[in-house]
Write a protein that binds this ligand. Structure first.
Ligand SMILES: [Zn+2]
Length: 103
């Protein structure tokens, strides 16, 4: 394998001043660090974030049980606003009851 083009590129980056004693090489490293840091943070967030804003609710109109966003408390079955928060354990029991009713 021939790495010469990469070394040439690094040499060029090191030789190109962008002011304040910094070179393009520093800039590229900073950008890479930001990209890597951002992708790590982005990769870690969704799992934790999802649980944070989803709440277990039960619909007072149609009896639907499920998870909705904290910010839009709307029944996903009948679009009613008459949903009330329930505990996760309650949600499990209610869901099981619903499934049993369907059978
Ligand atoms: Zn409903």
């Amino acid at each position: 394998m021939n790495f010469d083009p990469i070394y040439d590129l690094i040499d060029w980056l090191n030789a190109t001043q962008i002011g304040g004693g910094l070179t393009l090489f520093h800039l590229v490293m900073a950008v890479l660090a930001i990209i890597i840091g951002y992708s790590i943070v982005k990769g870690l967030l969704p799992a934790g974030k999802k649980k944070d804003y989803l709440i277990d609710v039960m619909c007072n109109d149609c009896g639907w049980v499920g998870q909705v966003s904290k910010f839009t408390k709307v029944c996903q079955q009948c679009k009613s606003l008459a949903v009330r928060m329930i505990k996760p354990e309650e949600a499990e029991v209610a869901k099981r009851r619903q499934k049993a009713r369907k059978r």
